[in-house]
Design a protein around this ligand. Structure first.
Ligand code: ADP
Length: 414
């Protein structure tokens, strides 16, 4: 069975075609700069890749182009009917979606309703879904939500200590994001350690441009650092993460308006704001090596914040079996893993410097033999997780037989 995975953003659509159940990537690519005259498609199949420069007016045209490339003579498939399911990444599923679902009118209406909570993402995800529904009419479409894995976070951790009516009236609470990634690496960690997926306590660190960390108890998320929006928590590429919100009132008093404050916290802070050089960890590592003090400070602050959360989540969990590093930085930066885990022996976390240096973005254990907690590097693969959910839902493989609901959906507790 072939499953097409779609990740639609504001001006791009990423796609991967999977052969299931083996999760073999048959083709993948990206249409970027949609709506601009310079739009293009980058398509790859095995070691071959091709770039098609062509004006793509909107998401509908982008979907058409993707499907055309997949079925072109000598292409990956002969006929579009070979695609038996489409899996879509959707950022916000509110409190409603605790797992992936087959999309129907009710699901579409809910995704639209949650656009209020994720105005930068859900509307684009929806456009992608609608375009795919029109171009592949009759093919089941599945939504996989970034928030779903975190719906198991108990009230004590997902509520803010703001007036309760803000939750009742406006649903102001912690939702968390990157859920598909945290779930994927938690499941992989269980497999690597030979444990059942519901028998693992882990702290999963997703460190990319956006960064979040999750406490996973017995396979379920019980806390995470991103909150009502992705701004809260760790230091990120351009987002501040945790800081005293009263700074905003103080700056408002000095004449900063809402739009400026928003841009400041989301686009001009984090690694970029501290270093003044870049939001990119690779660049900062080079600058730090050359003696740039602010680049060094940015890296140290980044790692310090992750350490703080590992400490907090060690307290939240009864015991910790594994700390997992994933995302572009988590998978690739030995320096970040080293600075983060330094002097954490009292929490049972000890790195093996050689294994850490050699991890090189592959699935590997990087903890020392005496480390009580296993430290793992696991490249994330959100697309594969989406493909598996779509396969499970559409291929009728659900353990519990609840039509249209995934296994993970049924195992989540409210
Ligand atoms: P996104 O959140 O946009 O998916 P990624 O997960 O790809 O981003 O992470 C991007 C980050 O990963 C960037 O800060 C980049 O510098 C960092 N990164 C990628 N490779 C390395 C590396 N070898 N060493 C250090 N940082 C790296």
């Amino acid at each position: 069975m072939k499953v097409l995975v779609i990740n639609a953003g504001s001006s791009s659509i990423k796609y991967q075609l999977y052969g299931m159940p083996g999760a073999e990537v048959l083709a993948k690519g990206l249409v970027e700069r949609i709506g601009e005259p310079t739009s293009r498609l980058v398509h790859s199949r095995g070691d071959d890749s091709a770039i098609l420069e062509e004006a793509v007016a909107n998401h509908e045209a982008a979907m058409e182009l993707i499907l055309r490339v997949l079925v072109q003579p000598g292409g990956t498939i002969e006929d579009l009917s070979e695609i038996e399911a489409v899996g879509h990444r959707v950022v916000h599923g509110g409190e409603e979606f605790t797992g992936s679902v087959i999309i129907d009118d009710r699901v579409l209406a809910s995704i639209e309703r949650f656009a209020e909570l994720a105005p930068l993402h859900n509307p684009h995800n929806l456009v992608g879904i609608r375009a795919a529904m029109r171009k592949l009419a009759g093919t089941p479409q599945v939504a996989c939500f970034d928030t779903a894995f975190h719906t198991s976070i108990p009230k004590v951790a997902h509520m803010y200590a703001l007036p309760y009516e803000l939750y009742e009236r406006h649903r102001v609470r912690r939702y968390g994001f990157h859920g598909t990634s945290h779930r994927y690496v938690a499941r992989r960690a269980a497999a690597m350690l030979g444990r059942d997926k519901y028998d693992l306590n882990a702290i999963t660190c997703h460190l990319g441009n956006g960064c979040s960390i999750a406490a996973v108890r017995k396979g379920r998320s019980v806390d995470t650092s991103m909150g009502f929006t992705p701004l809260e928590g760790l230091v990120m590429g351009t987002r501040a993460g945790d800081f005293d919100p009263a700074i905003l009132f103080y700056l408002a008093d000095k004449g900063y308006d809402l739009a400026r404050l928003n841009g400041l916290c989301n686009k001009k802070s984090g690694l970029l704001g501290i270093s003044g050089v870049s939001n990119d960890m690779r660049t900062l590592e080079k600058h730090a090596e050359d003696g740039d003090e602010r680049a060094k400070l940015a890296i140290e602050m980044f790692c310090y914040r992750v350490r703080k959360y590992i400490g907090a989540y060690s307290a939240v969990l009864d015991s910790v079996d594994a700390v997992v590093f994933t995302g572009g930085i988590g998978e690739n930066s030995a320096l970040v893993r080293e600075l983060t885990c330094r002097d954490l022996a009292h929490l049972g976390i000890v790195l093996d410097p050689k294994a850490n240096g050699q991890a090189g973005g592959r699935e590997s254990a990087v903890s020392a033999s005496e480390s009580r907690v296993r430290v793992l590097v696991i490249p994330t693969n959100e697309e594969q997780a989406i493909a598996r959910d779509a396969f499970e839902l559409v291929g009728g493989k659900s353990e519990h037989g609840a039509k249209g609901r995934s296994v993970e959906y049924d195992r989540q507790e409210r």
